[in-house]
Design a protein around this ligand. Structure first.
Ligand SMILES: NC(=O)c1ccc[n+]([C@@H]2O[C@H](COP(=O)([O-])OP(=O)(O)OC[C@H]3O[C@@H](n4cnc5c(N)ncnc54)[C@H](O)[C@@H]3O)[C@@H](O)[C@H]2O)c1
Ligand SMILES: *[C@@H]1O[C@H](CO)[C@@H](O)[C@H](O)[C@H]1NC(C)=O
Ligand SMILES: *[C@@H]1O[C@H](CO)[C@@H](O)[C@H](O)[C@H]1NC(C)=O
Length: 445
């Protein structure tokens, strides 16, 4: 809302002041013989002196008739009284304002409490990770430049004694004392990372160097958020960590794919050369509340279309498959990986595959509404199947996804419903414009 409660109060107060000033001013210029209304001149502010002088001289020159003076005084007095009451009411409200209530966090003693930096902590994945670390009782510092992140994602922690939000771009060095670094800062979906490819590369290379350098200085452990995209257009199914990938180094996705590959290379160079403790998570497609609603991914597209009774659009025959993990599973994986002593890259994703058509049906069933599922021409460079081999995570982290697709979708849909309501005024028209899928850039991921 443009006018929140505090702003309204402020406006009310300003209006009150204007009226109050006007009341006194009227008292001066129109009322000659009413002593009860005179006020020592020195109480007026400088500008008022001038105004007063001018008005008084005008008044003396013109010799205006004073009719109904007493009525005016009564009128002004009662108005003042009314306004005074209002101010008292407002004051008492402000005094009784409920203090911000934080989710209750576990108490950790000095020995067990860690100071944790989360870069990109105001983003989709980062904010869920922050929630987890805060609830566990750690001190969390978020560094984010808000390129794709939002303050709203971590708003519920702002002001908490264990939490700090730093607006900073990690392409520039940052000096902090921390025990662990979760390095998540990077645009993550094609429209975001293609928006400024050079910046994407800088964030993943220079930004990563800055984080590894920080880890070296303070002896912190670093977890790098890598991606399944480092496998490129894979020749192997499912992809295991030993697969080296198949990436076009000069294609439109290269800024992200190669940026992340360099980030991995940097991590192991720092590990070998400087003895930095590194963890590398190769994250596969993830969904959940706080995901970006308009970045053209298949889950968000379908949910938005179904919620607005628009046609649910499938490109191609709908038989192509995708696998998605729910965000809480990913957070489990990241936290477990950080705590483990496993230093090789590790896939974190959900290997359960569904066809695009299944996604469309499941989402339509969950939402209801009147949407029809329609098929459009296939997308030319629609990615092949991408499915993680998670045997390494199972073996070394004892991790595997727990949240079912339906369960995750329900929570995500609830979030989308709330977001649509909240942004109704701003977004009603925007969101109704069907997402224009630029086939060369954005695939159904
Ligand atoms: N969501 C997925 O499906 C997925 C899949 C694979 C990998 N990942 C990786 O996980 C991480 C988080 O992804 P997400 O989905 O939460 O994306 P997101 O866009 O929601 O979050 C990224 C955050 O990084 C911040 N950021 C970007 N550039 C920055 C810079 N130069 N300095 C400081 N902050 C910067 C953004 O403002 C945002 O808050 C990314 O590194 C991404 O590559 C995500
Ligand atoms: C890693 O931790 C496991 C148990 O968590 C232990 O069995 C193993 O020896 C450790 N490996 C190294 C290299 O420290
Ligand atoms: C979609 O259709 C359903 C059922 O007809 C209706 O209840 C819902 O309000 C519609 N939603 C929108 C956004 O029009």
């Amino acid at each position: 809302m443009f006018f929140n409660q505090r702003k309204l109060k402020l406006i009310g107060f300003v209006v009150f002041c204007i009226l109050l000033g006007f009341g006194f001013y009227e008292g001066f210029v129109n009322i000659e013989n009413v002593s009860s209304f005179t006020m020592p001149r020195k109480q007026l502010r400088v500008n008022d002196h001038e105004l007063y002088d001018k008005q008084v001289s005008n008044y003396e020159e013109n010799e205006v008739n004073n009719v109904n003076n007493n009525n005016d005084v009564q009128d002004v007095k009662s108005r003042l009284h009314e306004l005074e009451e209002k101010v008292h009411q407002m004051e008492s409200k402000t005094d009784n304002r409920v203090p911000k209530i934080f989710p209750s966090v576990k108490f950790l003693n000095y020995k067990n409490r860690r100071r944790i930096l989360v870069t990109g902590g105001a983003g989709f994945v980062g904010s869920h990770l922050v929630d987890r670390l805060m609830l566990e009782g750690h001190e969390v510092i978020v560094v984010d430049n808000f390129f794709t992140g939002r303050k709203r994602n971590v708003e519920h922690w702002v002001g908490h004694e264990n939490f700090e939000l730093v607006h900073h771009d990690i392409v520039r060095p940052v000096y902090l004392e921390v025990d662990e670094i979760y390095h998540l800062a990077s645009p993550a979906s094609p429209p975001h990372y293609m928006h400024n490819p050079v910046k994407t590369l800088k964030t993943n290379t220079i930004g990563t160097i800055n984080m590894l350098g920080l880890a070296k200085r303070v002896g912190a452990k670093v977890l790098i958020a890598s991606t399944s995209e480092i496998y490129g257009d894979p020749m192997e199914h499912p992809q295991s960590e030993t697969y080296w990938g198949h990436v076009n180094p000069i294609g439109p996705r290269a800024c992200y794919d190669e940026g992340k590959r360099v980030a991995e290379t940097l991590s192991y160079a720092y590990m070998r050369q400087e003895n930095i403790k590194v963890r590398v998570a190769r994250i596969f497609n993830t969904f959940g509340p706080r995901m970006h609603m308009n970045d053209g991914r298949v889950v968000s597209n379908f949910i938005l279309q179904a919620l607005q009774n628009d046609s649910i659009t499938i490109y191609g025959n709908g038989e192509q498959t995708r696998s998605f993990q729910y965000v809480s599973d990913l957070v489990d994986g990241l936290v477990t990986l950080m705590a483990s002593n496993y230093t090789q890259p590790i896939n974190i994703g959900n290997p359960v595959e569904h066809t695009i058509e299944e996604f469309a049906m499941i989402i339509k069933d969950l939402i209801g509404g009147t949407s029809k599922i329609i098929r459009l021409a296939a997308v030319e460079d629609d990615p092949q199947r991408r499915k993680p081999d998670i045997s390494r995570a199972k073996k070394y982290l004892n991790w595997e996804p727990k949240v079912s697709l339906t369960e995750g979708l329900k929570k995500t849909i609830a979030y989308f419903v709330k977001e649509l309501q909240r942004t109704k005024h701003l977004q009603k028209d925007m969101a109704r414009i069907p997402f224009v899928n630029d086939h060369n850039i954005v695939d159904q991921l």
